[in-house]
Design a protein around this ligand. Structure first.
Ligand SMILES: Cc1cc2nc3c(=O)[nH]c(=O)nc-3n(C[C@H](O)[C@H](O)[C@H](O)COP(=O)(O)OP(=O)(O)OC[C@H]3O[C@@H](n4cnc5c(N)ncnc54)[C@H](O)[C@@H]3O)c2cc1C
Length: 319
């Protein structure tokens, strides 16, 4: 049996978890899922639809919002009870963190960001290294495989199954397990309520935007297209935009229908976060910018002229 951690934010599923469920189904074994926190119990329907027969729900008074060490402890308890062949989760920062705690509690290795898994003795995984520029074939010698699934390496596949049956359990947590917890949150949503994770269109700006004021044009274009604004790390480290908008290796990994990269050179750490976008449009003054290798369409020009021109052309087309 394969156990899949479905990550959720106060009952709202992380869609990358559906990819982990699909990756688990491909291993030709029964799949069961687990959510941490009782507000995840409402995900029994979607867990079943994507192939899980059972949804284990870890409930405890110390588990409220995200508590990654408590997740690791709860998973450890469940592993002892169910003895799965593998525990999988999405290769998101939260998925990686929670499974890292599980692996540390069990004193076994964890394979992060796997694009392929072959169970065996030892297990064989292909995993992304160096921001996806190197694919490593690795052998994992532990009996239990603890692994996360590389974002966007597996398309989520609905199997239309019935809701998973819910089994509640109370993990034996220790006080230290809730040392790391969320104390407060900043509103991480962009204007219009569309976040980087769910946006179909992202208009992303880099150093070439020139400063925080330059992002007004990008916001206008993004709003017109029903999307949101992203940016490179130079932009967040300069304090022009919040970190929640950073795309890349140390930001959010995205795969929208349309990614417009304006004034971004295409460092590998940025490419790692957006190369799975369906259509990439580059706006850059430099015809040799590395990001052009990934472009479906390129406009060589000054973004301060090109973006307003695009915006007014789209407005005119929309009437
Ligand atoms: C460990 C590590 C992790 C990192 N993680 C990330 C990450 O998650 N995300 C990320 O983005 N980076 C990340 N970086 C940083 C990365 O290496 C680059 O420094 C960064 O992506 C460069 O940002 P940029 O493309 O905006 O700036 P630059 O590389 O300076 O590029 C600016 C581009 O704008 C163009 N330009 C200038 N003026 C205009 C104009 N008027 N109109 C049109 N084009 C113009 C230029 O031709 C150039 O191509 C990381 C680095 C490290 C070491």
């Amino acid at each position: 049996m394969i156990l899949v951690l479905i990550d959720h934010d106060r009952g709202e599923i992380d869609p990358l978890s559906l990819r982990a469920l699909t990756a688990a189904k491909k291993l030709d074994q029964d799949v069961e899922a687990v959510v941490i926190g009782s507000d995840g119990a409402i995900l029994a329907g979607i867990a079943g639809e994507y192939g899980a027969k059972v949804l284990h729900v870890a409930s405890h008074s110390a588990i409220g919002d995200y508590t990654p060490m408590a997740s690791g402890r709860a998973l450890k308890d469940l592993v002892a009870k169910l003895n799965p062949a593998a525990v999988l989760a999405a290769g998101s920062p939260r998925g990686n963190e929670q499974l890292a705690h599980l692996a540390a509690f069990l004193d076994i290795p964890m394979a992060a960001e796997c694009s392929e898994i072959t169970l065996g003795r030892p297990h064989n995984v292909l995993r992304a290294r160096w921001a996806g520029n190197l694919i490593e074939s690795a052998l994992v010698h532990s009996q239990l495989l603890v692994a996360t699934i590389l974002s966007f390496s597996t398309e989520p596949q609905s199997l239309g199954g019935p809701a998973a049956s819910v089994v509640q359990f109370e993990p034996a947590l220790e006080p230290a397990d809730s040392v790391v917890k969320i104390l407060s949150r900043d509103a991480g949503e962009s204007k219009g309520g569309v976040t980087l994770n769910d946006a179909k269109v992202i208009v992303s700006g880099g150093r070439g935007v020139g400063g925080p004021d330059g992002f007004g044009n990008l916001e206008e274009l993004a709003a017109l297209l029903g999307g949101t604004v992203g940016c490179s790390r130079v932009v967040t480290s300069s304090g022009w935009r919040p970190h929640a908008e950073q795309v890349g290796q140390t930001g959010t990994k995205v795969a929208p229908d349309l990614y417009i990269a304006a004034g971004i050179s295409g460092a590998m750490q940025h490419i790692a976060g957006m190369k799975n976008s369906k259509t990439i449009v580059v706006i850059n003054t430099d015809p040799e910018a590395p990001i052009l290798r990934y472009a479906d369409y390129a406009i060589i020009g000054d973004l301060h002229q090109v973006i307003p021109a695009l915006t007014s052309a789209i407005r005119a087309a929309k009437g």
